[in-house]
Design a protein around this ligand. Structure first.
Ligand code: SF4
Length: 289
């Protein structure tokens, strides 16, 4: 199990075995992201990836129920790699329940409906997609590489293939377009209709384009009450069919959870209480990325 550089995975994959089938992110342009800036993207040699799975199978075998395929947009892998990785994972881990990875909208739409169905049937059942915003102006500013409509198409293709989607929004990333960002993101969550919806909070990481924009006075993270209002608007207006909602990521000021839209009212009440200072927020010093 050899890993190159820092590894990232969603909080809900904390108990997954991580296999690094790609190094870095094939896009690597999002202005706020520094996760893979120190890596130049490449597809890892398939024999190495399969050897890692073999070694993990010998070490952990039946204890592994989840596999997360890294790095930043592993769905970009060609089908030949995916077929081999999914077959090997199934053979190495007899109790495997799901395989997941991060994906960009483009990674999904570049695959055919038949290929996505094949991946699902071979075990790739969950995709983590982070449009961050449903506001096209914001999506252009942050160089996300796809607009809201393209994210909706990608989500529909993935769902039609039987995959579960986890959609990630980023509070504060729109700067002065806070309200537009929140409303459009609620619409996007409705239209993407994920099984999981998570909100994270932007952090301006030194060395990123976003940090340069802030230094030149062209970007500022909204104050905390405005970040909470963004969250409130998203929760209040989003209407997925039935999504597990979480703000438990370390970057957030207010960890919350529930199902949307079922638990919308109690969650909105909790956010209101936080805005009014009746609920203690996570101290700045312990917030992380
Ligand atoms: S697609 Fe994801 S990993 Fe790649 S640059 Fe954007 S946020 Fe970072």
């Amino acid at each position: 199990m050899r890993y190159e550089g820092k590894l990232y995975r969603p909080p809900s994959e904390a108990d997954a075995y991580i296999v690094q089938a790609t190094i870095g992110c094939s896009w690597n342009h999002c202005t706020y992201c520094d996760m893979y800036r120190d890596k130049s993207f490449r597809v890892r040699d398939l024999a190495e990836t399969l050897a890692d799975l073999d070694a993990a199978g010998r070490a952990f075998g039946p204890r592994v129920e989840k596999v997360f395929v890294a790095d930043g947009d592993a769905l970009v892998l060609p089908m030949t790699h995916w077929r081999a990785i999914l077959a090997k994972a199934g053979a190495c881990f007899p109790n495997l329940r799901r395989v997941s990875c991060y994906a960009m909208a483009q990674n999904v739409t570049e695959k055919s409906a038949a290929e996505l169905r094949e991946l699902h049937d071979a075990g790739l059942t969950t995709l983590y997609i982070g449009p961050e915003s449903g506001d096209d102006v914001t999506l252009r500013r942050i160089a996300k590489g796809a607009n809201a409509a393209e994210h909706v198409v990608a989500a529909r293709m993935a769902r039609e293939a039987g995959m579960s989607l986890s959609v990630i929004a980023l509070l504060g990333v729109a700067g002065d377009r806070s309200d537009e960002h929140a409303r459009a993101t609620a619409r996007l969550v409705t239209d993407m209709d994920p099984a999981f919806f998570a909100a994270l909070t932007v952090k301006v990481v030194p060395g990123t384009p976003l940090a340069r924009l802030r230094s030149s006075g062209r970007f500022e993270v909204p104050p905390v009450p405005d970040l909470l209002r963004e969250l409130r608007t998203m929760v209040d207006l989003a209407r997925p069919t039935d999504a597990l909602f979480r703000t438990n990521h370390a970057s957030n000021h207010l960890p919350l959870g529930g199902r949307l839209p079922r638990d919308r009212e109690p969650i909105v009440r909790a956010i209101d209480a936080a805005i009014e200072g009746r609920i203690r927020l996570r101290p700045e010093a312990v917030r992380g990325l």
